[in-house]
Ligand binder design. Structure first.
Ligand code: NDP
Length: 279
């Protein structure tokens, strides 16, 4: 057996801010796996050639982040059903015969965090998904498989919400609306899947969608509370949570795809939050 660690990494642009080396480094220690995990800042024009070169040189797996998740679909030789449905790949894994498997672990990461770490119930509950981009699309299969009473997608550009809902009609009670069309009645779970928090903004949805028992979840995360979390807390929601757990859980799912072992996530989540708070 070779002593050379198996090579993994994350490809993005920019990517210097990524927590993935920290997370996968801890997973490797906890599971006693010998791996290296590096950052690869790659421009869109170079994406395909550089990724293929990484695997041709013996690399075992890559995480794919913005802006390459859609381009990665074309690099994979085979997609998992969840990646095909998401039309986006965040995990590439080397397979026998030089084939590349494309997977999408974002949605599983979200649902694992909500259901297992935070004890949120989805089944028979009313869910509002704000945003209709890649992260929202990736979350729909695992959310709808838990049979919520309804899942409403609201987006700034309403046509995108309607088109997304149309694509998933076969999986349950899902509809797409504009922010204005949202009735001001509280949802059980509100997921902010927009990138508004990254620019300190809050999606312009009616405050009435948040009730005193609503769970509010921002896929975005930061050292301090995001704008959405501050807004939800100001409206006296039941609880408000940032997407740190989703980040760690999607990484654990990628690690499982690559290594066949699911690492424990609680110690990594604690360490990550402590580390981020010290910055
Ligand atoms: P996309 O670029 O694919 O989609 C962006 C979405 O945000 C669109 O629906 C867009 O609406 C909406 N939007 C952007 N700005 C505003 C605004 N000011 N007001 C209202 N809506 C707005 O991004 P992703 O889907 O890839 O990512 C969404 C979020 O999820 C990001 O914050 C990202 O960091 C986070 N994320 C977190 C992960 C985790 O592990 N925690 C994993 C993946 C993503 P429109 O269609 O009208 O432009």
């Amino acid at each position: 057996m070779s002593d050379v660690p198996d090579q993994y990494g994350v490809v993005g642009h920019p990517v210097a801010h990524s927590w993935s080396p920290f997370i996968h480094g801890m997973f490797a220690k906890e599971t006693r796996q010998s791996i290296t995990y590096r950052l690869y800042d790659i421009l869109p024009d170079d994406f395909r050639a550089r990724v293929l070169a990484f695997f041709a040189a013996g690399g075992r797996g890559l995480n794919i982040t913005l802006p390459h998740k859609i381009a990665a679909v074309q690099v994979a030789n085979e997609l998992t059903p969840r990646a095909a449905r998401a039309r986006a790949v965040n995990t590439l894994a080397a397979q026998a015969g030089g084939h590349l498997l494309g997977d999408n672990t974002d949605g599983a990461g979200l649902v694992n965090d909500l259901c297992h770490n935070l004890g949120v119930v989805i089944t028979h509950r009313r869910i509002l998904m704000i945003g209709a981009g890649g992260a929202a699309r990736g979350a729909l299969v695992p959310l709808l498989s838990l049979e919520p009473a309804e899942l409403v997608i609201a987006n700034r550009t309403a046509e995108r919400a309607r088109a997304l809902a149309q694509d998933f009609q076969d999986l349950g009670a899902v509809s797409g609306v504009s922010f204005r069309e949202l009735a001001a009645s509280p949802f059980d779970l509100i997921i902010n899947a927009t990138s508004a928090s990254l620019s300190g903004e809050v999606p312009d949805v009616p405050a009435g969608v948040i009730g005193h028992e609503s769970v509010c979840y921002d896929m975005a995360y930061g050292k301090s509370d995001t704008a959405f979390i501050r807004w939800a807390v100001g409206l006296k929601c039941g609880s408000a949570l940032q997407g740190w757990g989703m980040l760690v859980e999607q990484a654990a799912e990628s690690f499982r795809v690559w290594r066949g072992i699911r690492p424990p996530t609680a110690p990594v989540l604690t360490a990550l939050k402590e580390h981020a708070a010290r910055l």
